[in-house]
Design a protein around this ligand. Sequence first.
Ligand code: ATP
Ligand code: MG
Length: 561
Amino acid sequence: MASAAAGVEAGRDFIRDIIDADIAAGRASEVVTRFPPEPNGYLHIGHAKAIWLNFGVAQEYGGRCHLRFDDTNPIREEQEYIDAIKRDVHWLGCDWGRHLYYASDYFDQLYDWAEHLIRAGKAYVDDLPAEEMRAMRGSLTEPGRNSPYRDRSVAENLDLFRRMRAGEFLNGARVLRAKIDMAAGNMNLRDPVLYRILHAAHPRTGTKWSIYPTYDFAHGQSDAIEGVTHSLCSLEFEDHRPLYEWLIDNLPVPSRPRQYEFARLNLAYTVLSKRVLTRLVRDGHVTGWDDPRMPTLAGLRRRGVPAAAIRDFVQRVGVARANSIVDIAMLEHSIREVLNKTAPRRMAVLRPLKLVIANYPEGASEMLDAVNNPEDPAAGTRKIPFGRELYVEHDDFMEHPPKTFFRLSPGREVRLRYAYFVTCRKAVKNAAGEVIELICSYDPATRGGNAADGRKVRATLHWVAAAHAVPAEIRLYHPLFSRPEPEIAADFAAELNPTSLEILSESCIEPALAAATPGESVQFERQGYFCLDPDSIPGRLVFNRTVGLRDNWARVRAAGA
Ligand code: ATP
Ligand code: MG
């Protein structure tokens, strides 16, 4: 298994404390965990927390972690999702080895256990329509009422359940319910549904079944079949634990898993609900599950986020029992930590403004040396072309600058990175009064970027030589939602940030970038980290901004510390 980025110690948390105690007391001799996704969507960064916890704990204790698909609802599940989930777990650096399982592998066993409950008088077939069943369940303040079908004989229940299995009845006509207690304080114990009729083909079992177990009936028993010792799941399953325990107590299962709950990861400006992410994709608010604005692992990967950064982030977030919302700046910090060490530096001008050096010989050009990564001397240097006409960043010029602006303005001298000092002589404007070109002069004695007479400049700008510039489209991403805690009602379109995608189609990049390959990260000097998008075609390169350079998290931390 991969390790998190250097600098983050393996976490200590309440889950690890529990496992230590279980081992010390002899309650567990090995540690077996699992990550149990339902294949009804792509994995997101919240899942990464659960994956890293389950695989991490198993590795630390010399145990094993299973990947198990909880595929009990054929209506929402698809092979595409199964493939994507496997790809993403591997990408994150986790390996289930030969321990790949599916709840559907246990359908026969689960069915037998359902009959076992019926024979023990602990489950019954209910014919109540869904609405009536719901109405009779009561509420948090009112007990539920018994169904008129609750006291059917074992023989009648067995007969009806077998006919449900044989496909004799329509969807929704009957269900199998556990017979527990309609007055239980915990609603999950009010005769929960164990099986429902669903005439639907399953991606793995085809049309073999016309009844399917509910998630609650499949989940704990699947853990027991696999010998899972510690069933780690998020807090919303805490109220289901008594039901899981009731089932384990009443079935001849081969082992007894213990469930512990931890808080889900919540990220500001982000929604981590597969239901909502599915809507974003289906309704066309994003281009797909791997849209770089999506919090999915596929989206983050396409955006250029390295797996090591996600591991570092979830490790920093840690595991707790209290819900909280994590600042996006913290994720961005982890991304920069990783990319700063590895990404080669390149020059790219996002919003170009032409700069002409009036005293540079016409038609001449030269090659200058540029450092590939100041953090990594082994990355070496490269040659970059320089000439009379260049592009610089439009917002590196101001005609009437305030006191704190040290970049280009009339009469001001600045350094062009790896090249020369230039002084702005004049700004050329179009008929609309917009600046379209800067006329400058350069000092040939400053080649490489330093003046022999020791004079200083206060700004160093990036640039690209016009004759050698490669055109590129650059995509800048902003949060998908406008507010830190989006309110997700039936229609959440109003919560979406209308400017989450900003496309710069006139950008230009240095020639070395023409050889970039998708997924490879680079730092555009002074701009941020970028990577080539698979939408690129020859002659039309597309780069995604992974993250800007400014580290707000470091500032937040410094201010708060
Ligand atoms: P849905 O949004 O459809 O309820 P889910 O996100 O809970 O689905 P599952 O496939 O059930 O998706 O999740 C697999 C595992 O990942 C579960 O054990 C769940 O607890 C965990 N998980 C899901 N979301 C998060 C999150 N935001 N933070 C931490 N763990 C999560
Ligand atoms: Mg879930």
